[in-house]
Design a binder for this molecule. Structure first.
Ligand code: CFM
Length: 538
C-alpha cells in the first residue's frame, strides 16, 4: 500500500523535541500544489539541528573541492592542518584531460601548509609564504589558489595579503579564499565564496576576442565520472564553441577569457548562479538554465541554445545530432521499462542532482516518491520567482555579496531588448530556474537537509527500490536491504550526462533494481539460532 505522506511526516516529527519538530515541520513538505498551481513553501539553507546526523559538508569543501578543484592548472594549496587537504584530495571523481602530455595537470597533487602548533599559536602566514614559494619553484604554475581551513579564520591569518604580495613577487596570479569550513550552514557558502573570488581575480583578465559564431560557457558542470566529456562532444558535433566550463575539465585561461562567450548555460544552478548573474551585469552575457541529465533534458537544452542563436544551420545540426542519438536511447528505454516500470526511487543529494536525476528515473518509468537537497536554497526547490521573498538570515549575511556594475568599456548586451522579449515569447526562459518541486509528482515528500534518523524511517516505511545519496549514507542503506546509488561520484560508474550517459544510467539502474542479491543476504540477528550456534561453536 502507498504510504500517506502526511502520516509519514507526522511520524518523523513525533520523535523530535518540540522546538526541533516545529523547525523540521517547515523543512518536510508534501508536494501538493495550491489551486493557482504554486508549490508549497519550504524552509531551506538553515542550520542543521545540533545532534542530528546531516549529509552536509563544509564551506571549504564547497569552495576548494567543488568549484575550484576541477580546474587542472590552478595550483591549489590548502592552508591548514593536513587533514583537510588530505581528505579533500581526489575524492570527487572530477576528471580532466590535458591537450598534450606536456600540459600542466595538478589535480593528482595534494598541497597543504600542514599547520602545526607553532603556526596556530604564532600565526601561519610565514609558512604559507614559504609554501607558495616552494610550490612555485617546483611547478611554475600560471596561478596559485590558497584555501583557508577553519583555524586560519580563528587565528586571523590574512591569506589575501599574502596572496597580493606573492602575486607581485612571483608575477603570476595568486588569490586566496576565506572559505573556512565554519562559514555559512553548508558547502553552499563555499560555492558563493569561490564564485566571488573567481569573478574578482580571474574572469575577464584576458580580452583576446574569439572568432567563432556560436560561443557559450557551461556553468556548473564539474565533469564527475566524465560527464563534461560527453557534453563537450555533443556541443562540438552541433558546431557550438565551448569557451569555458565552470569548472569540469577546465583551465585557468578558459576562465580568463570566458567573458568573450555570448551565452552562459547553467547546469547546476546552486553552485554557480552567482557567476552567471555577475557576468550578465558586468559584460552583458545572458544566462539560461540547461539540464544535460536525461535524454529529454539534453535534447531540450541543445534546442534552447540553438534557439538563442537563432540560426537555421545551427538548428539543423542540432536536430541532426539529436536524431542520431535518440535511436539508441529509445531502444534502451523500451528495454528497461519492461523491468523497471513502477519501481520507486528516493533522491537525497546535493543542491541540484536531486532534481536533475528524477528526469532520468522518469524516462525509465520509475517514480520518485521522496527527494530533497542537502544544501539547496528555496529557489532550488520552488524556483527563482521566490527570491525576492527569501529572508536573508545572519548566516547568509556573513557571506560577501559582490557589488557589480556594467564594465565601462567591455559591457556589450548580446541581445537587444526586442530580441529578448521575442525569445521569452517563444518559450525560452532567460535567467530563470523553475526549481525541483514543480516537476515532482503530487504527493511526493520533499525533505530539506535529510537527517539520518529520517533516512532510516523512510527506508522502513516506503521500502523504495533504490535510494540515491552519497558515501556517508550508502552502507546504512544497503544494510537495510535496499540498493543505494551514489549520485555524487556515481560509484565508480558514469558518465551519466547527455544521451550516452542516459543509456549508461538506464542500464546501471535496471541492473540494480532487478537483482535479487540483497534478498539472499540475511543479517545475523535475523537468523538468531544459527548466529547463536556459531557463537557457541567459536
Ligand atoms: Fe552542483 Fe555538483 Fe550538485 Fe554541488 Fe556537490 Fe557534486 Fe552534488 Mo556532491 S556542484 S550542487 S556541491 S551538481 S559535489 S558535482 S554531487 S553534492 S548535487
Amino acid at each position: 500500500m502507498k504510504p500517506n505522506p502526511h502520516t509519514v511526516k507526522e511520524e518523523l516529527l513525533r520523535a523530535y523535541p518540540k522546538k526541533t519538530a516545529r523547525k523540521r515541520a517547515e523543512q518536510i513538505v508534501v508536494n501538493e500544489r495550491r489551486e493557482d498551481g504554486a508549490v508549497p513553501q519550504i524552509k531551506a539553507n538553515v542550520r542543521t539541528t545540533p545532534g542530528a546526523i546531516t549529509q552536509r559538508g563544509c564551506a571549504y569543501a564547497g569552495c576548494k573541492g567543488v568549484v575550484i578543484g576541477p580546474t587542472r592548472d590552478i595550483l591549489s594549496i590548502t592552508h591548514g592542518p593536513i587533514g583537510c587537504g588530505f581528505y579533500s584530495w581526489l575524492t570527487r571523481r572530477n576528471q580532466t584531460r590535458t591537450e598534450g602530455p606536456e600540459d600542466a595537470n595538478y589535480m593528482t597533487y595534494c598541497l597543504s601548509t600542514d599547520m602545526q602548533d607553532e603556526q596556530i599559536v604564532f600565526g601561519g602566514e610565514k609558512k604559507l609564504r614559504a609554501a607558495i614559494e616552494e610550490a612555485y619553484r617546483i611547478f611554475h604554475p600560471k596561478a596559485i589558489a590558497i584555501f583557508s581551513t577553519c583555524p586560519v579564520g580563528l587565528i586571523g591569518d590574512d591569506v589575501h595579503a599574502v596572496a597580493r604580495d606573492m602575486k607581485e613577487q612571483l608575477g603570476i596570479n595568486v588569490f586566496g579564499f576565506s572559505c573556512e569550513g565554519y562559514k555559512g550552514v553548508s558547502q553552499s557558502a563555499g560555492h558563493h565564496i569561490a564564485n566571488n573570488q573567481l569573478f574578482r581575480h580571474v574572469v575577464g583578465t584576458n580580452d583576446t576576442p574569439r572568432p567563432e559564431k556560436f560561443k557559450i560557457n557551461m556553468l556548473g558542470e564539474y565533469n564527475i565520472g566524465g560527464d563534461a566529456f560527453v557534453i563537450e562532444d555533443l556541443l562540438e558535433r552541433c558546431g557550438i564553441t565551448l569557451v569555458a566550463t565552470f569548472s569540469g575539465n577546465s583551465t585557468y585561461d578558459q576562465f580568463a577569457n570566458s567573458h568573450m562567450a555570448d551565452l552562459n548555460a547553467v547546469m547546476c544552478h546552486r553552485s554557480i548562479n552567482y557567476v552567471a548573474e555577475m557576468m550578465e551585469k558586468k559584460f552583458g552575457i545572458p544566462w539560461i538554465k540547461v539540464n544535460f541529465v536525461g535524454a529529454e533534458g539534453t535534447a531540450k537544452s541543445l534546442r534552447h541554445i540553438a534557439q538563442y542563436f537563432n540560426d537555421d544551420e545551427l538548428t539543423a545540426r542540432v536536430e541532426q545530432v539529436i536524431s542520431e542519438e535518440m535511436t539508441e536511447v529509445l531502444k534502451t528505454q523500451f528495454e528497461v521499462r519492461e523491468r523497471c516500470q513502477g519501481k520507486t526511487a528516493m533522491l537525497f543529494v546535493g543542491g541540484s542532482r536531486a532534481h536533475h536525476y528524477q528526469t532520468l528515473f522518469a524516462e525509465m518509468g520509475m517514480k520518485t516518491v521522496a527527494a530533497g537537497y542537502e544544501f539547496g536554497h528555496r529557489d532550488d526547490y520552488e524556483g527563482r520567482r521566490v527570491l525576492p521573498t527569501v529572508k536573508v538570515d545572519a548566516d547568509s549575511r556573513n557571506i560577501e555579496e559582490l557589488h557589480v556594475d556594467a564594465d565601462e568599456t567591455r559591457y556589450r548586451p548580446r541581445k537587444g531588448p526586442g530580441e529578448l522579449v521575442q525569445l521569452e515569447a517563444a518559450g525560452m526562459e532567460l535567467r530563470g530556474y523553475q526549481g525541483m518541486m514543480p516537476e515532482m509528482e503530487e504527493g511526493a515528500l520533499v525533505i530539506d537537509d535529510l537527517y539520518q534518523f529520517e533516512t532510516e524511517r523512510l527506508l522502513d516505511i516506503y521500502k523504495p527500490d533504490i535510494f540515491c545519496a552519497g558515501i556517508k549514507e550508502k552502507y546504512a542503506v544497503q544494510k537495510a536491504g535496499i540498493q543505494c546509488k551514489q549520485l555524487h561520484n556515481y560509484d565508480y560508474g558514469g558518465p551519466y550526462a547527455g544521451f550516452k550517459g542516459a543509456i549508461n544510467f538506464y542500464r546501471e539502474i535496471d541492473r540494480m533494481v532487478n537483482t535479487r542479491i540483497l534478498s539472499y543476504a540475511r543479517a545475523p540477528w535475523e537468523t538468531k539460532e544459527e548466529f547463536e550456534e556459531e557463537a557457541i561453536a567459536s
